[in-house]
Write a new protein. Structure first.
Length: 104
């Protein structure tokens, strides 16, 4: 590999590293307020920065309801992924958190 090509490759690698390490992130905090295995439902609250929502996760149907609508588009997908991954580990009264790859 020529020295110029090697240098360009290293510059590109450094660029990619800086892009991936400097992505904005926000921590979302989740509190489980109610859980019913017989009804297939988990309810709770989630907050991230100045936003707060209440949610109801009907895990048998895979349906997530989030209120209020303000900022809902920002939280629905990451909250859904979090709940799908950890729903059997979540307990009422429990506090949890996850990282959103965006700034809210």
């Amino acid at each position: 590999m020529s020295p110029l090509r090697s240098e360009l490759t290293l510059d590109f690698v450094h660029f990619l590293a800086s892009v991936t390490t400097h992505r904005p992130q926000t921590t979302a905090y989740v509190r489980i307020t109610h859980q019913s295995w017989t009804q297939g439902r988990i309810e709770g609250e989630v907050r991230a920065n100045a936003y707060e929502w209440q949610f109801q996760w009907r895990f048998r149907q895979g349906h997530l309801q989030v209120e209020p609508s303000l900022g809902r588009a920002l939280i629905r997908e990451p909250l859904s992924r979090f709940l799908e991954r950890f729903d059997y580990q979540l307990e009422p009264g429990g506090d949890y958190s996850f990282t959103i790859r965006a700034k809210l």
